[in-house]
Design a binder for this molecule. Structure first.
Ligand SMILES: C[S@@+](CC[C@H](N)C(=O)[O-])C[C@H]1O[C@@H](n2cnc3c(N)ncnc32)[C@H](O)[C@@H]1O
Length: 253
């Protein structure tokens, strides 16, 4: 539904709040089939390290104890697969994403990796989850929240679906804070990533959006404040790779 009086950013463009999700969906529709390859190329494989740090921090049980993870904006299933491999027989993950193309790629990967009995895929919007209150033992969202138009709604939904005593983890691009690295990172982001996106997916514009949206995302302290405002306690974050990425954490107590 369009909300003409409110605007938000779609990369560096101001767009009506109600239009952002549609624009984001076309980005991921366009890149879905080459998404995983592009992640490796853009990050030089570093996204694997960041995702492993997230899963290690989640620390799902290695035994039979039941543990239900909700991985929102889970796309092609990377976080859920890593968590499944790091955990025991009681582990189940639900990957929730708004984009059916990303989920289809994820489902195919789950079958290939023999994880389809422990990882399921559900189409849904982070802002309005279809799951009951207090249903999950962990909530993860990796490189997803900056694409969501109403971040505050997504955070409130995360809190709602978590059981008391369980953890919210969010991996997201952040603000590079190492002198020298910041300029190199800007050069790489704006001059290398869109042409690389064109070469691999045929779509430079989608990757220009991804790079711009990183710059528009709130700084870590401001985002931590939003997590607190949603009701989470013991909120903190860890800067990774000179601030390229931050891992945010909060607990529903
Ligand atoms: C950059 S991908 C991240 C995928 C995966 N988490 C990973 O780390 O590889 C961002 C994902 O967010 C999804 N997304 C965007 N808006 C969403 C929303 N409102 N609700 C759920 N998923 C959303 C997109 O469809 C896309 O799959």
């Amino acid at each position: 539904m369009s909300e003409p009086d409110q605007t938000t950013n779609f990369g560096f463009r101001d767009v009506p709040l109600g239009d952002k999700q549609h624009l984001v969906n076309s980005v991921f529709h366009s890149v879905a089939s080459r998404y995983d390859l592009m992640n490796d190329l853009m990050s030089g494989g570093l996204h694997r390290v960041w995702k492993n740090i997230m899963v290690n921090t989640l620390d799902p049980p290695r035994g039979e104890r039941p543990f239900a993870l909700l991985d929102v904006a889970g796309g092609t299933g990377d976080i859920a697969f890593r968590a499944a491999k790091a955990s025991g027989s009681g582990f189940r993950a639900t990957v929730c994403d708004i984009n059916a193309d990303m989920l289809r790629v994820g489902q195919e990967r789950a079958v290939k990796q023999h994880l389809d009995d422990r990882v399921s895929f559900v189409e849904g919007n982070a802002e309005q989850l279809s799951f009951p209150d207090r249903a999950f033992d962990g909530y993860t969202i990796a490189f997803g929240i900056r694409n969501v138009p109403r971040i505050d709604h997504a955070l409130s939904e995360a809190w709602r679906v978590l059981k008391p005593g369980s953890r919210f983890l969010c991996l997201e691009f952040s603000t590079v804070d190492m002198p020298g690295l910041d300029r190199l990172y800007d050069l790489f982001s704006f001059n290398v990533i869109p042409p690389l996106g064109r070469a691999i997916t045929g779509d430079a514009e989608s990757y220009r959006y991804l790079v711009e949206s990183i710059r528009k995302f709130p700084k870590p302290a401001a985002f931590a404040e939003m997590i607190r405002a949603a009701g989470f306690a013991r909120v903190n974050w860890q800067s990774l790779s000179g601030g390229i990425v931050a891992l945010h954490s909060g607990w529903r107590l």
